[in-house]
Design a protein around this ligand. Structure first.
Ligand SMILES: C[S@@+](CC[C@H](N)C(=O)[O-])C[C@H]1O[C@@H](n2cnc3c(N)ncnc32)[C@H](O)[C@@H]1O
Length: 233
């Protein structure tokens, strides 16, 4: 059961954020590997991530959006105001607590409830989403730095399989993760993360169109925007 309720105004918004943060922190303590952070993303990071929902290539043409690792809806709050009628958003979240909370937010949150008819929460792993749908924009909040290189490659390949030619993938990574791991992590964990970061870099080198530094986030982050090439004749 979600613990959301309907209120409005700046104090209500602050109250919502505190509830998001409390749930997020509790889940991070339970499963840091999948959660990857101790607090939800900031509005600045959400705004940077929503770049390709705002900058729609053809005005009035609906977008098919997938957000992966939606958590407590921090990035979804950046997408929602940029969505127009006809857009659809598949919100994928493996943690059932977060998925149920997100369903509640779609009913009650002042920013998210307007997109409720266009949004579907999928309480599952991204690997179980299948390939029967395609997307114009994919936003990924998955903590790649916690995954193995093979798992990250598989997820990136999946994104590019279901992305339409010319579509965009946006994802973020935290600054200085490798440097911090070099100091505090065990050697095998440091090496695992180094291998993962090579895979991520390979995809950025191949398809990256822009990277933005977002300092107003805990921790500060880089948002990477990748574009799937147009079909060649
Ligand atoms: C770093 S949090 C991001 C949450 C939220 N998007 C934000 O920015 O605050 C990563 C989220 O990905 C979810 N997650 C981790 N692995 C997943 C997977 N394989 N499929 C779907 N969701 C996953 C976690 O449960 C968590 O909510």
């Amino acid at each position: 059961m979600s613990e959301t309720k309907s209120t409005t105004g700046p104090l209500a918004a602050l109250d919502e954020r505190l509830r998001d943060t409390r749930l997020f922190f509790t889940q991070a303590l339970r499963t840091f590997h999948a959660t990857g952070s101790i607090v939800p993303s900031s509005p600045a990071l959400a705004r940077a991530m929503a770049e390709h929902v705002r900058a729609r290539p053809v005005p009035d043409e609906p977008l098919r959006i997938m957000e992966v690792g939606a958590g407590t809806g921090a990035i979804t709050r950046g997408i929602a105001p940029a969505m127009v009628p006809g857009d659809t958003a598949d919100l994928v979240e493996a943690n059932p607590e977060f998925a149920a909370y997100l369903e509640g937010l779609l009913e009650s949150d002042p920013v998210l409830s307007p997109i409720a008819p266009q949004a579907t929460v999928h309480a599952k792993l991204v690997g179980d989403m299948g390939t029967d749908r395609t997307y114009d924009v994919i936003l990924s909040g998955l903590p790649f730095a916690n995954f193995t290189a093979d798992a990250v490659r598989e997820i990136l390949e999946y994104y590019f399989e279901v992305l339409r030619p010319g579509g965009h993938l946006s994802f973020y990574g935290y600054l200085y993760t490798k440097e911090v791991k070099a100091v505090i992590a065990r050697r095998e964990d440091y090496l695992r993360q180094a291998r993962t970061s090579w895979v991520v870099q390979e995809w950025i080198d191949r398809y990256g169109v822009r990277s933005d530094k977002v300092l107003a986030n805990i921790p500060p982050a880089f948002v990477h925007h990748l574009r799937k090439p147009d079909k060649t004749a």
